[in-house]
Design a protein around this ligand. Structure first.
Ligand SMILES: NC(=O)c1ccc[n+]([C@@H]2O[C@H](COP(=O)([O-])OP(=O)(O)OC[C@H]3O[C@@H](n4cnc5c(N)ncnc54)[C@H](OP(=O)(O)O)[C@@H]3O)[C@@H](O)[C@H]2O)c1
Length: 236
């Protein structure tokens, strides 16, 4: 017997829907019969928000709070490495306070504000997931190569925000899960300027499919962890 097609009864939300991975996530979720609604937030699209403007994040939360379906998945696919005021420093000689602050604003503070306004919207019954795209290079334990000071440090700060929010989430809403995900090396505008020699480079579509499979397989025991595109836990 063929399995019954699921009834679309959930809302999915993607932040950074204009990005390489974000747009592939929106496309994949839009094809998933479980989701009645996929809300794609980006700086330039019909559902606008800006990580550097908390009032825009609060307005985004207010706009989805009335959603007809429970929010089952929120993915933050925003981030910056070497644009928008961020630089990928190779040496401490390149460290500049304004560039460093910008990296923290986009890669850590903005996503933490998404947690502040969106974690309270997750339903208390049945599984729901808030996943933010971090990066393996944000792992302090894994740092053997150095470089990319502000990006690494801001993703490490993001990871700590995830872990801390996950502890609070477990107390308030044990059905919900908050994780940091590493998408693998993905061919997007983000990585275009950097040599990817020796790395396994994926298309955004493949990365999105892997990330969604990882999210589907999550259970409460993985709340507050850092996970790669294959589902393996990454050391902090
Ligand atoms: N690509 C990789 O190999 C790779 C590897 C490891 C981790 N990651 C992580 O995966 C995530 C997505 O990467 P990607 O390759 O898809 O990058 P991307 O194509 O450059 O997308 C970045 C997204 O972030 C959004 N964004 C940047 N600043 C913003 C702000 N102030 N307010 C709202 N949105 C903002 C961009 O919006 P605009 O279109 O408006 O600029 C865009 O939607 C990032 O967190 C990155 O660190 C990527």
């Amino acid at each position: 017997m063929t399995p019954a097609t699921p009834v679309p009864n959930a809302t999915a939300i993607v932040f950074g829907a204009s990005g390489g991975i974000g747009s592939a996530l929106v496309a994949a979720l839009s094809q998933d019969p479980r989701y009645a609604e996929v809300i794609a937030f980006s700086r330039s699209g019909p559902h606008p928000f800006d990580l550097t403007d908390e009032s825009s994040i609060a307005a985004a939360a207010a706009s989805v709070a009335q959603s007809a379906h429970p929010i089952r998945i929120i993915i933050d696919a925003t981030g910056a490495l070497a644009d928008d005021g961020c630089i990928a420093e190779k040496s401490w000689r390149q460290l500049e306070p304004l560039n460093m602050a910008r990296a923290f604003q986009i890669n850590a503070i903005g996503p933490a504000l998404l947690m502040k306004h969106f974690l309270p919207l997750l339903p208390r019954e049945d599984k729901s997931v808030f996943a933010t795209l971090s990066a393996r290079v944000g792992s302090i334990a894994d740092n053997q190569l150095g470089g990319w000071y502000s990006y690494r440090a801001s993703k490490a700060a993001l990871n700590q925000f995830v872990r801390t929010a996950a502890v609070e989430l477990r107390r308030n809403n044990p059905a919900a899960i908050c994780v940091a995900l590493h998408p693998g090396t993905v061919d997007t505008s983000f990585t275009q300027r950097f040599a990817k020699t020796g790395l396994e480079v994926q298309t955004p579509e493949i990365s999105a499919a892997k990330l969604l499979a990882v999210i589907d397989a999550l259970d409460a025991s993985r709340n507050g962890t850092f996970i790669d595109q294959h589902g393996y836990t990454i050391e902090w």
